[in-house]
Ligand binder design. Sequence first.
Ligand code: ATP
Ligand code: MG
Length: 420
Amino acid sequence: MKYKRVKGTRDILPDEWLIKDYIEGVVKETAYAFGYREITTPILEDTGLFIHSVGDSSDIVTKEMYTLQDKGGRDLVMIPEGTAGVCRAYLENKMTVWPKPVKLFYLQRLFRYERPQKGRYREFSQFGVECFGSKNPLADAEIISLANTILKNLKFDSLELHINSLGCPTCRKDYREALVTHFSENKQHLCEDCQDRLSKNPLRILDCKVRSCRPYIDDTPKMKDYLCEECKTHFNQVLELLASMDISFVVDDKLVRGLDYYSRTVFEIISKDLGAQGTVLGGGRYDGLIHRELDGPETPSMGFAMGIERITMLLQNKVEELDLRNPNPDIYISNFGGETAMLSLKIAQDLRQNGVKVWVDLESKGMKKVFDLAEKRKASYLLVLGEDELKTGKCSIRRLSDRTDFNVELQKISLFFDKE
Ligand code: ATP
Ligand code: MG
């Protein structure tokens, strides 16, 4: 092999696509049921967009971005997450004048220069939603309900919803100070990244996965003790609404999320079946992003993103329970070349127009081989077209599951499949 896949990227083969197709169908259907509409934004965006939105202290911006300069000298990034581009598109396409809230969803390929491992790749896909223009706790609860409904519709069970409030810039300032005081005492024990985070974004220390940092994280001050009255009320209302919908949750004081733009509600849904890469979905409110970072109007907003590869991995264990597309042919048509080959293409064309899946033999094979091949292709029926069929206008269609033969007029094969 002269060339190989780029490290951390994957080829998605046909069997995986059956699951991906199914997931995409379910997520789209569910998103439409909640009033969301689809958007696709470019893979390439201005590097500055991410520095200003995701944040210049986030791992994504500092370590993980695929940046490049095009021939026109533009500094570009292959997008590492979906929200920033959708926010840019919201402003650029003047969706600000649409009736609020504006609800959008996307299926997007993303790129992050991370250490590849199971469930973590350098190119991956996400389904995500963004709801622009409501600060009501109902919006938070409805979005979480959408996430929950999607996973339920995908037939997931052992999942856990973790939720927290990061407060607003005012109350977070006090919390930040409390964290700095707390961690400064043990600064020398923290990993290098966390020592750096201490001055840039101490909240992110809570999210550190390095084992030696954990003991110092366990007894940190809690955001909930620093929330201002408004943020506290908002959070309690969200929790109350979730309970009223019978959505169970765990309030997780350590949940801060990896991106800088979040405020108030943040949440993650974790699968207990995926080990270290257990988070299948994460999101939160970003009330300040559009106004403060992107110069747009005041637009309280919220969203979440779900990792398609992790969902696919989990569903691979229960494909029998899923309503996957069946790629196998309904009928395998074999022929003996010449006029019989022409006829088989013509019959296939008519059948396909009627929604029947047809595999036509492109090389005429001997009779013996044909049965084998049709079975290998997992066809339901077999039709062998020879001179006799051509002459009489009649044929015999064999059901392969029980080897029953049906005599059918060539003109009426479509009708036969209508009845079957
Ligand atoms: P993690 O903590 O696992 O790194 P994250 O906080 O970076 O996740 P988000 O940016 O919130 O993840 O993305 C949402 C979802 O996208 C994650 O929950 C996960 O399912 C998926 N995801 C994130 N990074 C990757 C990756 N490198 N490869 C595959 N899926 C990913
Ligand atoms: Mg990450």
